[in-house]
Design a protein around this ligand. Structure first.
Ligand SMILES: C[S@@+](CC[C@H](N)C(=O)[O-])C[C@H]1O[C@@H](n2cnc3c(N)ncnc32)[C@H](O)[C@@H]1O
Length: 213
């Protein structure tokens, strides 16, 4: 299902800041060498994540789902001078490529990559987060939301990616795939949570932006 008409997407890309040379190369190398390159955030969502980071000026960021490091580099842009972004991925094969581009971005000293299951790594991190980006396995979102909530400062933000799941969330319940069901359940959970306020942004595959009251 085409969520955003191609012409609108192209128009949005035209008037969004272009990728830096490093981000362009990372995007290209991911498409050439890594499976499932559609998972990478890309120019418009990447620029959105950069903007959020510059607005929040976070000291601690948590990202679940590093993939090839594109969104991690974007999110690291607005970190305070003593800021750290913790990013977690279960796939150890991605680490070398990520580190290469973290170095190229100039922010490698602020990005700490953890290899392991998101739920286990979250428990191990003794941090208070200003900003969290959830972009790992869709079935885990509800659990990740609960686990990060206690570690999120009041007034802090969670961004959850793929909440439109290629438009499948709009299908009748019986026709939705497992991942789309997980996304609907996650959005329902946040909607019912009085401790949060949220907005569902129709950027790319849908981003739910949540603020801890
Ligand atoms: C959609 S990709 C992340 C894309 C990346 N954030 C970006 O925008 O460029 C999802 C990633 O989550 C990872 N992943 C899947 N299940 C996971 C889990 N249980 N714990 C940690 N990472 C997981 C996958 O290996 C994959 O690299």
């Amino acid at each position: 299902m085409e969520l955003i008409p191609a012409a609108v997407e192209a128009y949005s890309e035209k008037y969004t800041s272009p990728e830096s040379e490093v981000m362009y190369k990372l995007n290209r190398e991911t498409h050439l060498k890594v499976e499932l390159p559609h998972m990478l955030s890309g120019q418009v969502q990447g620029q959105f994540l950069r903007m959020v980071s510059y607005m929040v000026r976070p000291r601690r960021i948590l990202e679940l789902g590093t993939y090839t490091g594109y969104s991690a580099i974007c999110l690291s842009a607005g970190l305070t001078p003593d800021g750290i972004l913790h990013t977690v991925d279960v796939n150890e094969e991605l680490e070398t490529l990520c580190q290469k581009y973290f170095e190229a971005s100039g922010n490698a000293h602020k990005i700490k990559m953890h290899i392991g299951k998101a739920a286990e790594i979250i428990e191990q991190l003794d941090e208070v987060f200003d900003l969290v980006f959830i972009d790992a396995d869709k079935a885990g979102y509800e659990q990740y939301y609960d686990l990060v909530w206690e570690k999120l400062r009041p007034g802090g933000f969670i961004l959850a990616d793929n909440v439109l799941y290629h438009g499948q969330v709009l299908l009748p319940e019986s026709e939705r795939g497992r991942q789309a069901k997980a996304m609907v359940d996650f959005c329902e959970k946040v909607l019912a949570d009085d401790r949060a306020e949220q907005v569902l942004l129709t950027i790319r595959d849908g981003v739910l932006m949540i603020r801890k009251k």
